[in-house]
Design a protein around this ligand. Sequence first.
Ligand SMILES: [Ca+2]
Ligand SMILES: [Ca+2]
Length: 226
Amino acid sequence: MAVAPEICVALAAVLALAAGCSDYDLGSGDDEGIPPGDDDATGDDDDGGNPDFDGIPWDDCEQGYLGDYYNLPEDHPDVEIDVGGVEPGSLPGSHDWWNPAWWVWSQYDPHLEFGTDWWPVDQGLPGDPQYFAVHWSAWIVVHEAAPFTFEMGSDDDSWLVIDGQVKADLGGIHGLAATEYEAVLDEGWYAFDIYFAERHTSESGFYFRFTGGPVTIYPSDCEDHP
Ligand SMILES: [Ca+2]
Ligand SMILES: [Ca+2]
């Protein structure tokens, strides 16, 4: 699906391309992949796939993300291969980098600003701290329909997925690459997932930030989070 250039801009962080913006399903401002903010989405109705909107104690939860961290083995066929730049087009689900067998811990991340020298997984295993992956899961809560924008940058792969739809794709082994996305979200709440992998030796980094719009984020275990 083509996306208007004004809503999909490669940033200058390193000048690597957010090539996925032009040729991949990043959605648009009125993307069909995001459910309408009707009674179903708000839970006023009895169905719609989401639990009761009003029944979730959002105010009892700190804002942030639930991160599941994985330590990839150094002999995994997808690590330490040639740097190929941003290579959009694959889905996170087509990779096994978030295999439960390599899960090492979950943690609450209040923000996703990790900079460009980020090596959080070091268990002393061969290859550490290189070769790791993270899956952040959260809920976006939109109390009033509005446009919102975000920026995401990663070294190496990352994907942003909202309600199962890939909205940004920075897949591939590359230096820090960044993308920007704008969408209109109706009132309601949405499943929010980011997938990240570090598959090379020299550099690692990630950031994600909302840059506009009245959006709040809660960890996917909000009901259990103090
Ligand atoms: Ca590792
Ligand atoms: Ca890297």
